[in-house]
Every structure is written in C-alpha cells, then in structure tokens.
Design a binder for this molecule. Structure first.
Ligand SMILES: NC(=O)c1ccc[n+]([C@@H]2O[C@H](COP(=O)([O-])OP(=O)(O)OC[C@H]3O[C@@H](n4cnc5c(N)ncnc54)[C@H](OP(=O)(O)O)[C@@H]3O)[C@@H](O)[C@H]2O)c1
Length: 297
C-alpha cells in the first residue's frame, strides 16, 4: 500500500515527497510514494509514481488513489472564482471511494480570533474541510500549518533602499515555520499513520512564535541586514501588496486576504501552542537555523 501526496508539483507537496524519501526517518523503509498532480510533467521528483488527479474530478481522482493507504491532501490554492470547499469535499469523497485509510489535511493555525478579519473567509474553508474530514469516517490528521517563514522572509529581505519592512501586524506574535520543516513533520505523520499510529488529532505545526520586530531582528542577524520594522495600517498594506506585480495579477481580493493574515497576527489569532515536536519527534529548529537553511522557493 502506498502513501500519496497531492499538490506534488507545489512548494509543500514536493518537499513532503523529499522528506518521505529521506533516509533519516526511523521509518525509512517507506512504502511506495504516489505523486498526484493535474499535469504529469509538472512533477520534478524522481523515484515516485506520478498519477493525474484533480479535485474537480472526484471519480478520476478516486481511480488515481487505487492502492493508496495514506493520503496527504494539500489544501487547494486560493483562487478567485474557485469553490475550494467543494474541491476539498470532492477529494475526501475520492479518498473514501478508493478505500484510503487515513487522510492528512494541510490546514492553517488559528485560535478563532480570525473572525471578522479579511482572512476569515479563507480560514473558514480550512475549518469546513477539517470538519468534513472528521465526519468522513476515515482516519484523519489535521496539520495546522504555521505561516511560511520562506514567504515573509523573502519580502523582508527585499526591503527597499530605506531598509524599511512594513505590514499591519503591529506587535502581534505569529507562529512561523519553514516549508522544509513542515514537510519533515508532515512526512513523519504520514509514515506513522501508514503504520496505524497517531491518527485522529490536530496539531499546530509551529515552533517559537515571534512578533514582526523580532522576526526582522533575527533576519538581520542571520543575513547581516539592517532592516527596520515599521507598522502600517491595513489600507497602506493593501497598497504595498498591490505594488508587487505577482499579487497585482492575482487581484485586490488576494491583497486583502493577505492583509487579513496580518490582521490575524495583530489580534493574536496566530499565537497558538506549538505542537511541532508531537508531529516531528523533535522540536522545530530555531528560527535562525531555519532561516539560514532556507532553499530558494
Ligand atoms: N501556511 C502558509 O503560510 C501558506 C502559504 C501559502 C499557501 N498555503 C496553502 O497551502 C497550500 C500548499 O501550499 P504550496 O506552497 O505548496 O502551494 P503551491 O506551490 O501553489 O502548490 C499548490 C498545489 O496545488 C495543486 N492544485 C491546485 N489546484 C488543484 C486541483 N484542483 N486539484 C488538485 N491539485 C491542485 C497544484 O498542483 P498541480 O498544478 O500540479 O495540479 C499545486 O502543486 C496552498 O494551496 C494553500 O492552500 C499556506
């Protein structure tokens, strides 16, 4: 029986595959790995069986899950006009129909104080998927992922010539985690689940929490920078994000959603209990180490 990973061409899915194949897991005799993607040629990893699966086509996805015991279900990317609740429901249905035993869903941390922010609607999609999975009768693991250290660090390191890094998080603390650390923990959970262990639990996959000021100070130390954190309000943050061509292309709704993440931080919604060690069998690496080990996105 195999372990399958959706989103295998993406940042997190591809690294989960790397971690599943890495030799430093006690469960190194790992089962066959199935990499699921909508387009076969987008998966760059070798040593895995690549199969086509689209959450929008549950019957075909169910066939692609033949022989799979454990499924890592990567949440669908945020995209305007896409019904992500239905996509996740389809994927869970496909897993049920295929006889998958356990599904791990990659969610996002949050203590409920996200309500009323511009991120609330996006978070609600995660919470509905969590509940759908719990109600499915399958074994489940909810991986409540911290915010990607990789992404905010990339923006921080690109601070303008004035050395100023700004957003609307203020003094709020947030659980950040590098994608490679998430991948390590999720791969270990999947390998454990494959052996029938550690299912039916939700875990906050973060290490230490930090404020933006602390994050900047750590980055300054690791990369020998002189960046200063200057808080700004929500409207100014939307404007700042829309100046990035990549975000501008995705539209103002995405800029508002991302600003909503910083609203969550400012309210303490992402200041949650670290449970990374319960998943990974070791504490998360210190943030400075995670920073110095970051691979290009
Ligand atoms: N915690 C955080 O800070 C954070 C940040 C950003 C995103 N996220 C969430 O975490 C997820 C994974 O992050 P990531 O960085 O790996 O994202 P990513 O690099 O954009 O990868 C997303 C993957 O989803 C797959 N996908 C898209 N639509 C699909 C569909 N209809 N059916 C099946 N697969 C589909 C894509 O695979 P193919 O194109 O090959 O099919 C792609 O590989 C994101 O989708 C998002 O929900 C979390």
């Amino acid at each position: 029986m195999s372990i399958a990973v959706t989103g295998a061409s993406g940042r997190l899915g591809s690294r989960i595959i790397d971690a599943l194949r890495a030799a430093d897991h006690p469960e190194a005799q790992s089962p066959p790995i199935v990499a699921l993607t909508r387009a076969n040629d987008s998966v760059t990893r070798t040593g895995v069986e690549v199969r086509e699966a689209d959450y929008a086509q549950p019957e075909a996805m169910s066939r692609a899950l033949a022989g799979v015991n454990t499924l890592v279900l990567i949440s669908a990317p945020v995209k305007t006009g896409v019904d992500r609740v239905q996509l996740h429901r389809n994927a869970i249905q496909a897993a049920q129909d295929a006889g998958v035993r356990c599904v791990l869903y990659t969610s996002v941390i949050g203590n409920g104080d996200e309500a009323g922010t511009w991120y609330a609607e996006t978070q609600e999609v995660n919470r509905i998927a969590e509940q759908d999975l719990k109600n499915s009768g399958l074994h489940w693991i909810i991986c409540r992922n911290g915010l990607y250290l990789d992404l905010d660090l990339m923006h921080l390191r690109a601070a303008g010539p004035d050395g100023v890094y700004s957003n609307n998080a203020g003094t709020g603390r947030c659980g950040y985690i590098a994608i490679s650390e998430l991948a390590f923990a999720i791969a270990r959970l999947a390998l454990e689940a494959q052996h029938g262990r550690g299912t039916n639990r939700s875990l906050n996959l973060i290490g230490e929490t930090v404020s933006q000021q602390e994050l900047v100070a750590l980055a300054n130390q690791v990369f020998d920078l002189q960046v200063r954190y200057v808080p700004i309000d929500e409207a100014a943050n939307v404007e700042r994000l829309m100046a990035h061509p990549m975000i501008a292309r995705r539209g103002i709704e995405v800029a508002r959603m991302l600003t909503g993440c910083f609203q969550c931080m400012s309210r303490g919604a992402f200041d949650v209990e670290p449970q990374f060690h319960l998943a990974a069998g070791r504490p998360a690496k210190p943030l400075t180490q995670q920073m110095s080990e970051l691979a290009p996105l």
